[in-house]
Ligand binder design. Sequence first.
Ligand code: HEC
Ligand code: HEC
Length: 298
Amino acid sequence: MSIFWNVWIIGLTSINLILLLWVLLANRKVAIRDDDDPENKTTGHIYDGIEEYDNPLPKWWFYLFVGSMIFTLFYLILYPGLGSFKGLRGWTSVNQLEYQQKQALEQYQNSYGVYSKMTVVDLADEPRAMKMASRIFDNNCAVCHGADAGGALGFPNLTDNDWLYGGTPEKIKETIMEGRAAAMPAWAGLLGEKGINEVTQYVLSLSGQEHDATLVDAGQTIFANSCVACHGQDGRGSHANGAPNLTDDIWLYEGTPAGIRQTLRAGRNGNMPAQKDRLREDKIHLLTAYVYSLSKEN
Ligand code: HEC
Ligand code: HEC
């Protein structure tokens, strides 16, 4: 701010204050009037025969005014108000904001702090914590897993106790913190349409669906050669690499003949984004308990 405006503001503010004080004091009347005194002056205003005495200001009003002037004086000394003078307390809107943010953060962390010390299993039985967690889920997870966590095509259902990577508190937390990248290879080149159809019939048989029995043996051979490394001898999958259980008729992608063929032709690369750089650990702890609680009854 230039010196001119600085002096201008300080001058204007001070002159205003002094003028106001002068108006107040110069017009002050102390004499208490006697209403019967014929000398008693009225202001000369008459409304419907009612006259107005020229009486002094009520005392309370006068002292209130003087009080507010004294307040103003102290205020202008302590806080910024006179040009670029910063006030003795050094208040700025920025440090006020920082202070409030710090307080909010402390309060916020405290409300999670209790929960951070609880185990996932105990937290899952804590309705207030789960309510908070469901809000965090809505904001960060529902886009993919659905508001009810029921999943969608390519996004696993988190409520069904069927796990790609494991449903223990440790495994769930690991999934959320580190994310998961599934790698189901594409088989179109290696197996050809014929081989893909054969192994598809075998996969359909594993989950007890309608299939072409004449192709199952050929499909089983392909499965034993190419698939067991990840999906296991019995096709029950593995939590180590996220290969789904193919025997339970729960599907991440479509479980129809056409859907399975598509999975086999092009492969699948489901990706669960890591949250450790996006969410604070106390939030992830709450989310872990939330996901854990969802499938507990099933
Ligand atoms: C961008 C979409 C996306 C978002 C956002 C997302 N996820 Fe996922 N999540 C996935 C996908 C896809 C998978 C499956 C990965 C795979 O195919 O192996 C997955 C897998 C999981 C699993 C493993 C399930 C199992 O069966 O083992 C858990 C648990 C999970 N997510 C929890 C969460 C939580 C909690 C959040 C919120 C912080 C979240 N996800 C946000 C896409 C997402
Ligand atoms: C390198 C490990 C690996 C091999 C080998 C592999 N898979 Fe997979 N498979 C996976 C993974 C991981 C997924 C999950 C993909 C995802 O989550 O996006 C998957 C998914 C699938 C699915 C989809 C399941 C669902 O719920 O929608 C089918 C079907 C499948 N594989 C069949 C096969 C068959 C048949 C073979 C052999 C020809 C095979 N896979 C070989 C790792 C493998």
